[in-house]
Design a protein around this ligand. Structure first.
Ligand SMILES: [Fe+2]
Length: 117
């Protein structure tokens, strides 16, 4: 049973990698007209989406895993995916000033809503 579960995880991990690559072909950007900067921003956004999906996938699998070692490995892999999100986000914030400003506005708005509570 454990071998089947591990095989399923490996298939899902391969699917994650394939989905990440395939996701690029599904982006709405017109590759013929986009600037190199916009193409790179879209690549980073697609990467962030794929990594977020991966975190959800591995955390859901961990929640259902019965073997403690498998659960531990899945949660460790999910944590690593969060690092990947940070890598892509860090680059995107360097390349998209509007995104950086809107992120900061969003954080301030949450602080203000918390203060109102
Ligand atoms: Fe990843």
């Amino acid at each position: 049973m454990k071998k089947v579960f591990i095989a399923a995880i490996l298939i899902l991990a391969a699917f994650h990698a394939a989905a990440s690559a395939d996701g690029m072909s599904k982006t709405q950007i017109d590759k013929t007209k986009a600037t190199d900067l916009e193409k790179d921003r879209q690549i980073l956004r697609t990467g962030i989406m794929a990594e977020l999906d991966a975190v959800s996938l591995y955390e859901q699998l961990a929640a259902t895993a019965t073997d403690p070692l498998i659960k531990k490995v899945l949660l460790d892999v999910a944590r690593e995916e969060k690092t990947h999100i940070g890598e892509f986000q860090s680059l995107l914030l360097e390349m998209d000033e509007e995104q950086k400003e809107e992120l900061e506005i969003g954080m301030r708005e949450i602080e203000e809503l918390r203060e109102e509570e």
